[in-house]
Design a protein around this ligand. Sequence first.
Ligand SMILES: [Zn+2]
Ligand SMILES: [Zn+2]
Length: 244
Amino acid sequence: MEVTVIGCWGAYPKQNEATSGYLVEHGGTKILLDCGSGVLSHLQNHCSLEELDAVVITHIHADHIADLYSLEFAILILTQIGKRTSPLDVYLYCENPDKLAFCFPDYVYVHPIVIGETVSIGTVKLDFSENVHDVPCCAVRLTSEEGRTLVYSGDTGYCQSIIDIANSADVLLIESSFYNWQKGKMEGHLTSGEAGEIAASAGAGQLVLTHFPHYGELEEMIKEASRHYDGPITLASCDMKITI
Ligand SMILES: [Zn+2]
Ligand SMILES: [Zn+2]
């Protein structure tokens, strides 16, 4: 299984980059995790929109969903001109998917994510758990046919459920929205130290921090996480590839 970081910024994209978006590939299966601002453009550096099998949206905050509506138009047009032959499956976690602004139900199939129900997309199985965030939000565990695992946190505050779903994951890709000095000031997100604690408690094989703030020295986040977790820690970056 290979993961490509399409975007790694929280809230809004840095110049020429994107907010949350991660392309997961296994065999011929191509899955996009979150589709934030700037993701649709950058995604095409790594995957043609004709080939994308499915999108998984952890929650409906703009930095995770903003480009999904443009992607819907792309699927419509690519289908009309004969370049794409199948609808796009969108798995989405929110209170009421019917209230979202999708226009073309024949081209984009929306599937509500249900915690506890496993989803199969091509050769990858996906399981979900509920996070602590100010809107409904889920974490995703992806398991390849070979049993290799990626856990992507979405947005979350510190909670037992993210530790549980990340149990023994080969790679934990987890939000790190704040520095340790901000601990307790913002709910529904993690500090880098908390991300390290979760990786240690879960026994994750590798920690990748993401969903960054636009201030401070991001390298500090590695130091803060490493006080709790002694495995390999890296900062996500645009176009970075992780083989699992
Ligand atoms: Zn976010
Ligand atoms: Zn959010």
